[in-house]
Design a protein. Structure first.
Lengths: 192, 62
């Protein structure tokens, strides 16, 4: 059981990395990977939101949608629940922890539109995970997102001082680096 | 009643989001965090308030 959970974590976090193999969450990946501090803040906020939203959507699916035979409404349910969840989390942080709001709050509106959150919520249902698997998957995917974002941020900080051709500056060189990272990550495919 | 369930369900979720949005915007931003911006440069949509050239205080592009 533990071995299965560990291999699920490794697969979701590194081998099937959400950015480099699924191409989800590209917008924050390109937008908020200029500084390591921003990348860490965004990554922590994504982990928090994905875990919270996954628990909520998983519970809602099996406790409300399935008994009412409304499984076909899962997509719209997940979208609304995620959007509402982010609003309440932002309000809670604003009221109770200004320091946390300072470091994470600005990224919360960005996460509402992050397709990775919806992807994880849907995969938990589509793959038929039990509660433990759902928790592991919901932590592993944003952990992989954070890892990739931080690696990219360290590379981009160094790229600032590199002699990059004018036409490659900005997003083009970032996408070239992302492609090289994706190739490197595919080398881990036989790990599990 | 069973036919109405999906409709009522969506209305309920929509209301939940509406209440969350209203309460969140009513909650004052903590001191020192008024002009925080993510400065996201992921795309060229300058009407997005996360884009660096969007001025939050005026609510318009600068």
């Amino acid at each position: 059981m533990l071995g299965n959970l560990f291999s699920l974590f490794l697969t979701a976090c590194i081998i099937d990395n959400i950015i480099l193999s699924k191409f989800f969450g590209m917008c924050p990946f390109l937008g908020v990977s200029k500084k390591v501090s921003s990348a860490v803040g965004m990554g922590l906020a994504v982990i928090f939101v994905i875990v919270g939203a996954s628990i909520l959507t998983y519970g809602l699916y099996y406790l409300v949608l399935v008994p009412l035979e409304l499984e076909y409404m899962d997509l719209i349910t997940f979208i609304l629940v995620i959007a509402a969840f982010v609003q309440f989390v932002e309000m809670f942080i604003k009221k109770n922890s200004p320091s946390l709001y300072k470091s994470l709050g600005i990224y919360l509106p960005l996460i509402t539109t992050n397709c990775a959150v919806l992807y994880v919520a849907q995969q938990n249902i589509a793959n038929g995970y039990n509660f433990a698997e759902m928790l592991v998957y919901s932590v592993a995917v944003p952990a992989g997102f954070t890892l990739t974002l931080c690696i990219m941020a360290t590379i981009r900080e160094r790229l600032e001082f590199a002699n990059t051709p004018e036409s490659y500056k900005g997003n083009p060189i970032t996408l070239v680096v992302a492609a090289l990272m994706a190739i490197a990550f595919t080398g881990l495919a036989g790990l599990v | 009643m069973k036919e109405l369930a999906p409709f009522l369900y969506i209305v309920g979720l929509g209301c939940l989001y509406g209440v969350g949005y209203y309460l969140n915007h009513k909650t004052p931003v903590p001191k020192g965090c008024e002009n925080l911006k993510a400065d996201c440069e992921g795309c060229k949509i300058t009407s997005c308030e996360n884009h660096p050239i969007y001025d939050l205080s005026k609510g318009e592009k600068i």
